[in-house]
Design a protein around this ligand. Structure first.
Ligand code: ADP
Ligand code: ADP
Length: 221
């Protein structure tokens, strides 16, 4: 069944007196359990599309249906609830909270468990990502690649139905790329998590079941 559907998505940015057409009519249909690589040159609209699919940016025109729900018809609170429940974001700028440790950052989204269970769950996922010796480090004490893996742990710890990732392996070496992609693949295969992963990396695309190419804000067929 269809988990994400977009209808004629258009996004214009207004910058210094002129329009930038970041998305120019995107019609995409993504089935449950698909793992989609979103590829295309820099500036082709990948980040913009991911932001809109996750409801953190609004389209100028068009709709995003998630499980049939028109997400931009939701009021702000419902949209926020929807995001927390269903969507895990992995973004380039990982937005880790600097005053919290790696473990605490990963525990932030966990709400339904006791503190003890949340800690166990967060520890397990950090260990899975090879960060067992970094639990009590703050982001500033971690390398870029380690920060990226903490951000990924935080994105997946709540068992989202959908993971939206923007260059998730952008500053990782190939060993860490493999660790991260194996985890994402496992979540995809075992938990049927639907994924859209913007990437420039062919190695990353090879883990995916489909490649969607964007160019100048349009899907190339
Ligand atoms: P990418 O690495 O995917 O090409 P960018 O580095 O171009 O992404 O953009 C990173 C973020 O900066 C975007 O998510 C967007 O919000 C913002 N951004 C990009 N281009 C502009 C711009 N021309 N003006 C303002 N903000 C921008
Ligand atoms: P990609 O992720 O493929 O690099 P983006 O979605 O970041 O592409 O950008 C698509 C286009 O929209 C680019 O021309 C970029 O400069 C522009 N853009 C992105 N974010 C903003 C923003 N916040 N303000 C103005 N222009 C933006």
């Amino acid at each position: 069944s269809e988990v994400i559907k977009t209808q004629n998505l258009i996004k214009h940015y207004f910058l210094e007196g002129s329009y930038i057409e970041a998305l120019r009519g995107i019609n995409l249909s993504i089935k449950k359990g698909e793992m989609v690589a979103l590829m295309g040159p820099s500036g082709s609209g990948k980040s913009t599309l991911l932001h809109i699919l996750g409801g953190i940016d609004v389209p100028t025109e068009g709709k995003v249906l998630v499980n049939g729900q028109d997400i931009f018809s939701l009021k702000e609170k419902s949209l926020a609830r929807f995001r927390n429940k269903h969507i895990g974001f992995v973004f380039q700028f990982h937005y880790l909270l600097p005053e919290f440790t790696a473990l605490e950052n990963v525990m932030i989204p966990i709400q339904i468990y006791s503190k003890e269970k949340a800690r166990e769950k967060a520890e397990r996922i950090l260990e899975r990502l090879g960060l067992e010796k970094r639990l009590d480090h703050k982001p500033s004490q971690l390398s870029g690649g380690e920060q990226q893996r903490v951000a990924i742990a935080r994105a997946v710890v709540n068992n989202p139905d959908i993971i939206l990732a923007d260059e998730p392996t952008g500053n990782l070496d190939s060993r860490n790329t493999e660790i991260v992609m194996n985890l994402l693949k496992e979540l995809n295969e075992k938990n049927n998590v639907t994924m859209v992963i913007a990437t420039h990396d062919r190695e990353v695309a090879e883990y995916c079941s489909r490649i969607v190419y964007l160019k100048d804000g349009i899907v190339q067929s």
